[in-house]
Design a protein around this ligand. Structure first.
Ligand code: CP
Ligand code: NVA
Length: 313
């Protein structure tokens, strides 16, 4: 029996396939209930700090709505609202917040910050995106794929674009843990770190999945999913021109979607998207796109994470 009470959610590395499955089942259940107008009180009496060094639409709103739906109290603390990292260390802030709040979400730059918050606060800490990882997004993506395909094990999943960003890293972990065949297509200078690929190979070995990294766009053949993300992540705005030059040949357009050779291939993107860069308008808005299902599923999966790690029942 899976029990995640008191656990932090920093990267999917820390979770088994069974635990991820459990979170997806819980999210699907909470989603079905919400569609019937049923919300719970699993987070009744729980105060939840939402720390945002970087901006957000989906993640902030998902945590806020999910907490409220379950009777919790979310408090948004933006980068100019608290002293963390300026007048006060992360360790001290963590200890103070841990005395007042029951759970802490963090979105920001250094992954080390969310690790320190977890180490020093004494309460569950949830990673709402760092420079290196975006694990709550992956739960939403796995749930969305499950809704489309039913069984996701054995599916071919292609991520094309900036192969070393937080999304590529986290998708590699999530897909290999869950038995998918993930292919990262990116120019060599944007390939993921070799040690992370190695680690994911060990997950793949256990799950029956695989991980491949290539700069060859023709590797989209047979893909069930084509996924992309912005070419410049938050904090990398100065790299815009360089990335456009490097990645133009890796744009997701209808020709690339057709090159999978499968009509039922779906298009995924964590959003926000830059139309005309990593994806064309027609693909993003087209019938193969499930991007708004992914966006909605952020809320149901984040609710599942909070209920599982902090909920009263
Ligand atoms: N996908 C995602 O994390 O979106 P936000 O940046 O709007 O939170
Ligand atoms: N890679 C993107 C993801 C946004 C959800 C970023 O970090 O900006």
């Amino acid at each position: 029996m899976v029990n995640l009470k008191g656990r932090s959610f920093l990267t999917l590395k820390d979770f088994t396939a069974e635990e991820i499955e459990y979170l997806l089942d819980l999210a699907a259940d909470l989603k079905a209930k919400k569609k019937q107008g049923i919300t719970g009180n699993s987070l009744k009496g729980k105060n939840i700090a939402l720390l945002f060094e970087k901006t957000s639409t989906r993640t902030r709103c998902a945590f806020t709505v999910a907490a409220k739906d379950e009777g919790g109290f979310p408090e948004f603390l933006g980068k100019d609202d608290i002293q963390m990292g300026k007048k006060e260390t992360v360790e001290d802030t963590a200890r103070v917040l841990g005395r007042m709040f029951d759970g802490i979400e963090f979105r920001g730059f250094k992954h080390e910050t969310v690790e320190k918050l977890a180490e020093y606060s004494g309460v569950p800490v949830w990673n709402g995106l760092t420079d290196d990882y975006h694990p709550t997004q992956i739960l939403a993506d796995l749930l969305t794929m499950r809704e489309v395909f039913g069984e996701i094990k054995g599916r071919k999943f292609v991520f094309i674009g900036d192969g070393r960003n937080n999304m590529a890293n986290s998708l590699m972990i999530g897909c290999t843990k869950m038995g998918l065949h993930i292919v990262i297509i990116a120019p060599k200078s944007l390939w993921p770190k070799a040690e992370l690929v190695k680690l994911c190979e060990t997950y793949a070995k256990e799950s029956g999945g695989s991980v491949t990294v290539t700069d060859d766009q023709s590797a989209v053949t047979g893909a069930d999913v084509i996924y992309t993300d912005v070419w410049c992540s938050m904090g990398e705005e100065d790299k815009a021109a360089e990335r456009v030059a490097l990645l133009s040949a890796y744009q997701v357009n209808q020709a690339l979607m057709d090159a999978t050779g499968k009509k039922e291939t779906i298009f995924m993107h964590c959003l926000p998207a830059v139309r005309g860069n990593e994806v064309t308008e027609d693909v993003l808005e087209g019938s193969q796109s499930v991007v708004f299902d992914e966006a909605e599923n952020r809320m149901h999966t984040i609710k599942a994470v909070m209920v599982a790690t902090l909920g009263n029942q």
